[in-house]
Design a protein around this ligand. Structure first.
Ligand SMILES: NC(=O)c1ccc[n+]([C@@H]2O[C@H](COP(=O)([O-])OP(=O)(O)OC[C@H]3O[C@@H](n4cnc5c(N)ncnc54)[C@H](OP(=O)(O)O)[C@@H]3O)[C@@H](O)[C@H]2O)c1
Length: 263
């Protein structure tokens, strides 16, 4: 038996014509998320440091999906830049941001004793502080009823020797996600995370200390994943879209790891 007075509940968030800001939007996972939002008729604002990559990404999105796609180059480590992105949306696009995907990220591979101050700070600055700066700036202007999805990692809940800075940054992102979910629930803003294991996307193959080739990286990762494959960026993008559609899921970190963290 349903209650008619509750007739606004149960309806998915419509993503058409919503403005979606994606940090790291021209990278492997970020661009795949952008393509999935574009397919649903959303407008896009892509953020990253490399302007040429951003321009190529927006050109492709406009051509392939006939959507409004814009970009702004800058560094997520700069809190003033987060504010600038929000203002850019208002002035140039005449819109507040409806959906934020905090996806920009970096990794440092090396034991704690081999991690210098600069390497530690870089990872924490990009992976954690960047998420904080963009989330704060965006929710300050977001209409009630928006959504935030943070791209975390299995490393946020499961330790991995040689990835101390990365694991610490993603664990903190998980807690920021849950805390913000509580703070923003009264405004009906959903805050969730996706925690992938290995993804067939540039970061998996970057910054290795030894000369390991791509095929061996894939094999090594597959061997530790119960389902026996690494994820494709489109699988992460579909989880992101799901979390943006659903209004009753908040404060969740969805593992997308082929069973890695339950093994
Ligand atoms: N690949 C994996 O196996 C894997 C697994 C689990 C989780 N993840 C997470 O998934 C996300 C995306 O990873 P990916 O594999 O798609 O990596 P990617 O292709 O290297 O993309 C990372 C993106 O972040 C941007 N970025 C990095 N530092 C930035 C900064 N300081 N300011 C602004 N933008 C910055 C990069 O653009 P610019 O360089 O132009 O700035 C790039 O577009 C990351 O959060 C990562 O931790 C990846």
């Amino acid at each position: 038996m349903t209650n008619n007075k509750n007739n606004n509940s149960g309806i998915q968030r419509d993503l058409q014509n919503k403005l979606v800001l994606i940090t790291g939007g021209a990278g492997g996972v970020g661009l795949e998320c952008a393509r999935h939002f574009a397919q649903l008729g959303a407008d896009l604002l892509l953020i990253g440091r490399r302007n040429d990559q951003l321009k190529a990404a927006t050109k492709m999105l406009k051509k392939e999906f006939d959507v409004r796609a814009h970009s702004l180059a800058g560094d997520v480590r700069n809190s003033a830049f987060a504010q600038q992105a929000v203002e850019y949306a208002h002035k140039a696009l005449n819109s507040s941001i409806d959906i934020l995907i905090n996806n920009a990220g970096t990794i440092f591979r090396g034991d704690v004793l081999k991690t210098d101050d600069e390497q530690w700070r870089e990872v924490i600055d990009i992976n954690l502080n960047g998420v904080f700066y963009f989330s704060r700036a965006v929710v300050n202007q977001m209409q009630d009823g928006g959504a935030i999805v943070n791209i975390s990692s299995t490393c946020g809940s499961r330790a991995s020797a040689g990835l101390a800075a990365y694991c610490s940054s993603k664990a903190a992102v998980n807690m920021l996600t849950k805390t913000m979910a509580l703070e923003l629930a009264p405004r009906k803003i959903n805050v969730n995370g996706v925690a992938p294991g290995a993804i067939n996307s540039p970061m998996l193959f970057s910054k290795h200390l030894s000369d390991i080739n791509d095929a061996n990286i894939i094999k090594k990762n597959k061997d530790s994943i119960p389902i026996g494959t690494i994820a494709e960026p489109k699988e992460v993008a579909r989880a992101v879209i799901f979390l943006c559609h659903e209004k009753h899921i908040t404060g969740e970190i969805i593992a997308l790891d082929g069973g890695f963290t339950v093994a």
